[in-house]
Write a protein that binds this ligand. Structure first.
Ligand SMILES: Nc1ncnc2c1ncn2[C@@H]1O[C@H](COP(=O)(O)OP(=O)(O)OP(=O)(O)O)[C@@H](O)[C@H]1O
Ligand SMILES: [K+]
Length: 312
């Protein structure tokens, strides 16, 4: 059985839809039935995507991270269990809230998000150290940057020590050292994140110049492949073995793109640990995320393997 370990964030998404945002000191009503609650956090979303893309239970997905001992934390864990994700390494911590994203969406589609890292901030180096044996036994670990960066560096160090392949999704983006990049097998940023990782915040990465920036990231030491996702355009990949190319996104009517990147990453990782080659794995991930964008929500919008294969 293949084993994927995600070390990352778990968040409750609290969404309020309104005609207009209240001004300071003002109280306004939301739209009718304007409130909804969802399960999110890049780490948990990517774990769910990897788990749902597993036919015949041939890949075990494990989640590591921290939640508060509260209703949000319990609901997040229940959701992961529904997808048969092993949560035995997730710590429920007393006295701190689970990570929360408060999202206000105006009728125009404009949104404002207030994020409280809460328990995600407790994923420290000591916690990651305790995961050493599970990192060593994994076929791939998936990391994002919604937990402290020192903990991500620690996870990279342990994974390298045990030759465990690493996929890093540098989101939200920071400038990353060559040392960190050279400990990653796969780097999957979107176009904005790729620019920030390279410290090139004044450039626009597009379909036309994606190859140049993907190659620059590869030159910084990423071991196997760099994949830059380009939203509704698709993605561009370059690999150490010389494979490269643009993969157009499926032409679909997008309703809510939340979770597109996370679906892409979880599905891609699942394919890679199952021995599928890079381009085929990316084509599969492209199909999966095209379904996610046609549905509202984050985790709830991620398709299952059978939904993806029945698309053809
Ligand atoms: N409107 C769309 N139509 C079809 N496919 C899409 C669309 N938006 C995204 N995708 C697919 O999802 C992949 C990842 O999307 P994107 O580059 O937007 O990631 P992201 O910015 O990390 O996403 P998000 O933060 O919204 O989850 C793309 O490479 C593409 O294949
Ligand atoms: K969605």
């Amino acid at each position: 059985m293949n084993r994927i370990l995600v070390i990352g964030s778990l968040n409750a998404d609290l969404v309020m839809r309104t005609k207009a945002c209240p001004k300071a000191g003002e109280t306004v009503h939301s739209l009718d039935n304007g409130f909804s609650q969802g399960l999110g956090g890049k780490g948990a979303n990517q774990a769910v995507a990897a788990a749902r893309m597993t036919p015949d239970d041939n890949t075990k997905v494990m989640m590591a991270g921290c939640v508060g001992e509260d209703a949000f934390g319990r609901t997040l864990l229940e959701g992961l269990h529904t997808d048969k994700i092993d949560t035995s390494h997730v710590q429920s911590v007393k006295g701190i809230s689970t990570g929360v994203a408060m999202i206000i969406v105006e009728q125009t589609g404009e949104n404002r998000i207030l994020l409280s890292a809460g328990a995600n901030g407790l994923v420290d180096e000591t916690y990651v150290d305790k995961l050493e044996s599970v990192i060593a036994e994994s076929d791939m670990i998936i990391l994002q940057l919604e937990i402290p960066i020192a903990s991500v560096a620690k996870a990279l160090e342990i994974a390298n020590k045990h030759n465990t392949p690493v996929l890093l999704n540098p989101a939200p983006a920071f400038f990353l050292s060559d040392d960190m990049l050279s400990k990653c097998d796969y780097l999957v940023p979107n176009e904005h994140e790729a620019a920030i990782v390279l410290n090139e915040t004044n450039v626009d990465i597009t379909v036309d110049n994606a190859e140049k920036y993907a190659l620059r990231l590869l030159e910084k030491g990423v071991r196997k492949a760099v994949i830059i996702t380009l939203g509704s355009h698709g993605s561009y990949f370059v690999s150490r073995s010389g494979a490269k190319g643009f993969l157009p996104a499926a032409k679909v009517k997008a309703v809510d793109t939340t979770g597109a990147g996370d679906t892409f990453i979880g599905a891609f990782a699942n394919q890679i640990v199952s021995g599928i080659d890079l381009k085929a794995a990316l084509e599969f991930a492209t199909k999966c995320s095209a379904i996610t964008v046609q549905r509202a929500g984050a985790q709830s919008s991620i398709p299952t393997y059978s939904e993806v294969v029945s698309m053809n």
